[in-house]
Design a protein around this ligand. Structure first.
Ligand code: FPP
Length: 262
């Protein structure tokens, strides 16, 4: 896998009319949906869809780096996915293990820092060890941070954050948004700028519910296995053309641009 250098971020002078790669998002999160339907439309078992989805993940990592993405967060297995048929759950566990076994060396050589977000408890012990090993092995890499949401649920994450806050004896008056953020799995990382969901579904499905409160959302009908670099780029371009107001007015945003460029 060849990973190319990234463009610097943010250009206040960029206009809405022309998509500008300097305005591309730093942190992109993806709900990789549609593997099952991709397979069904081809008369294949769901497992074929997940395998093709895994292949596409490899391609997407490369595309993300080429497009200047610094952090990629992928929703690979949710806390709700345990209710799928046992064989499918086992397959998704095996896929993660296989990805670590087969791809870790190359990912490491290409500067990918792997992080896990979610609960390790509950997944097979052998897989837990491999996940911990992969994160430890790649922790100093800086080309791309890959957050793998596996056994992840947004509500579950907040419950754990609150439990840990209480265990640490934090007083009610000292609880702030920043403090809660620092207790989440994504502690220390910026919130996602853009959350993409493939396959024509318009839901967040318990993904990054705290961190995504001011993210831009992008939905596409394309099934995950078919979501190629051109689709990713289209999403980034749409993002680059949006105005993020964070509750402010257009006029205030314009003033900030003027101040910043003065
Ligand atoms: C949703 O499609 C996809 C998943 C629940 C799993 C996503 C997994 C991959 C893309 C493979 C990479 C995985 C790892 C562990 C690195 P779906 O099965 O819900 O599709 P459907 O809605 O069409 O049935």
């Amino acid at each position: 896998m060849t990973i190319m250098s990234k463009e610097p971020m943010t250009s206040p002078a960029a206009t809405e009319a022309e998509p500008d790669s300097n305005r591309y998002p730093r942190h992109v999160a993806i709900i990789m949906d549609g593997n099952g339907r991709w397979a069904k439309e081809r008369g294949l078992p769901r497992s074929a869809g997940h395998r093709q989805g895994t292949e596409n993940l490899r391609r997407t990592l490369r595309s993300a780096v080429e497009l200047g993405v610094e952090i990629l967060t992928i929703y690979a297995f949710s806390t709700e996915n345990w209710s799928r048929p046992r064989r499918e759950v086992a397959l998704l566990m095996r896929i993660l293990e296989m990805v670590i076994d087969r791809e870790l060396k190359e990912l490491n050589e290409n500067g990918v820092q792997i992080r896990h977000i979610g609960e390790l408890d509950g997944i097979p012990e052998r897989l837990q060890k491999k996940v911990i090993y992969a994160c430890e092995k790649t922790k100093d890499n800086t080309k791309l941070i890959l957050n793998v949401a596996f056994n992840y649920g947004g509500r579950d994450e907040i419950v754990h954050a609150v439990q840990n806050l209480m265990c640490d004896g934090v007083k009610a008056d000292d609880v702030t948004e920043e403090l809660i953020s620092s207790y989440l799995y994504t502690s220390g990382l910026p919130d996602p700028d853009l959350i993409i969901r493939t396959s024509g579904e318009y839901r967040l499905s318990n993904f990054l519910i705290w961190q995504g409160s001011y993210s831009e959302y992008y939905y596409t009908d394309v099934y995950w296995p078919d979501f190629g670099k051109e689709h990713l780029q289209a999403a980034l371009e749409e993002y680059a053309n949006r105005r993020r107001r964070f509750g402010k007015t257009d006029e205030q945003i314009d003033e900030n641009f003027e101040d910043a460029s003065a």
